[in-house]
Design a protein around this ligand. Sequence first.
Ligand SMILES: [Zn+2]
Length: 209
Amino acid sequence: MNPEMITGVPERRCAELAGRSDADIGGELLGRLAVHSAVDHDTLARWADSALTFGRELAATANGNPDLDVTERTGGVEPGRRILLAEYRSRPAGVVVYTDAVERAESLIDEVGWREWYPAGSVRAAAVAHETAHQLLHGPAATRLRRRVGKVALRLGSWTVHAHVVGAPELAAHGFAAAAAGLARTPVLLTAALGELAAALRHPAERDV
Ligand SMILES: [Zn+2]
């Protein structure tokens, strides 16, 4: 067994992630989307920073968060693919929290020593807040986010048209969740680490192969 493996995630990789800013990590996550593959690192990090900040501000100004129905189930850990903490369901409107994924995330935080940033129990609160943000990021808020992130699609004299940046709402939701759950760092860092963990996990049947 590789001594570096803790819960399947290389410790060095987590330390490397923790040493970077959330905007930098967010930019990397955006860059993995095919649509942004030709965009340079600094632009991606700037988009990520703007979206995270927008989300934080939205949490501070949103009055009366939508009261979403929260249900719990297992099935959020998909070895080799992803670890899904929660998801939004539209009919009926509500949030599904994946308890197995939340437990994995909580133990990862302990193992890599990130409690200072993500207090015990905060993963679930942040996951629910994240889905709440997605519900708020429609209509006028979506337009404001587009303007804030600032990818210029077209300029006609003094008139500027801003294009939608794919992935920006996801980062805004992370910024929102950080503010709503009182986190010192946004869940972007945790999301990146969980992505590494998911990739390192294998289905039980594959383990002895
Ligand atoms: Zn999301």
